[in-house]
Design a protein around this ligand. Sequence first.
Ligand code: IMP
Length: 433
Amino acid sequence: MPATIIMGGQWGDEGKGKLTDALATKAHVVVRANGGSNAGHTVTTSQGVFKMHLVPSGVLNPDCLCVIGAGVVIDPVSLLQELDELRARGVPVDNLRISDRAHVVLPYHPEIDRLEESARADDGIGTTLRGNGPAYADKVGRHGIRVADLIDEETLLRKLTREVQIKNQILTRVHNRPALNATEIYTDLVDAGARLREHVVAAEMLVQNALHDGQEVLVECAQGAMLDVDYGTYPYVTSSSPTAAGACQGAGVAPTQVKRVIAVYKAYSTRVGSGPFPTELLDEAGSTIRERGREYGTTTGRPRRTGWFDAVAARYIARLNGVTEIALTLLDVLDVFEEIQVCTEYRLNEVRLDYLPAREDLLAQVTPVLTPITGWKQETTGARAVDDLPPGARDYISFLEREVGARVTMVGVGPDREQLVPLTEDAAILAVA
Ligand code: IMP
């Protein structure tokens, strides 16, 4: 059976965790494809609110195998903490598998992340300071230590000794910081490796065998495609590829094995950290969205920047990723507005633009052309079927579908599992009991 990809269509935090949790009830395998503990996926169930960072959001479905793919960078301490917390809340984690090819975030990565951010001063990216960028830099620079190395003491000692030596040169000579102690790091890592060993597998083979056996495989991206290192708002991006192509690469799925690409978009926009954000709202409307949408970072607690739906960016992402359908989340946040705006094109020096310029200074100068839509001024949180949605809300959804060029098949009207409204018959199979 072909694979399904769930990816964020904006700047992350679109509610992918909730959707993955819902779809995982029908899946055999859920694979997390990219990112690290910079991500934060919130899932609300009858057992309460779960905030996952590294563990795939499918973990709350015990019948589903949860895989951390080769494209993820893993901070072992953070992962072990997450597993302990899940166990303490009665969630079994023996269904977790970890790719032996995934890279390890080492203690020097968050330190370098912090030092690089402070060296950038006013041009800081606003990273989550979890060490993701430096860990991916080491991966492509061929300095990385992988999970396969982590669980082999001899290899770990050899590679770590060499890397700590190199990093100590950078820390002491470039940043004027004290050197790190390789033995201490090694001792902590051996311990972490021993605890994680039982979960480690050749994940790409597991995924391929599942697909070969006709099983349903769900691939979950972290972050959002506007944070993609190639097509996002570079350099204000993350260091991996939270795209459909990146999902394939990170999970060990071939592009020809993918049937559905579900992009999750909020009914408005948010972003965390620095960088251009054409539809940003710095007024009352922006604060209303922030408070109603509880727009504060899962990982860092930072207030998120808020803005109207950016159909130029959404369309760009939908086309580049071959999006087959949209899950539109947090629609209820807009229930109180008399009028809602959607950015349908950009203007740059009187020139119309229907894509995102590569240069961040130009993107920062674009003016969004906003199309006003009449609000529905009615609560949608109780909607469970398309007919329960007010006509104004349905008109808004249809408008977005036309602008983005893909069907909206599911709409989120609140944090609970049952607040995911299927709009089409095939999406109705997702309705979670
Ligand atoms: P990094 O991934 O920590 O290097 O951060 C780079 C940029 O991506 C920053 O603007 C972060 O705020 C943003 N970012 C990273 N992870 C997430 C996420 O899960 N949600 C939203 N933004 C994120």
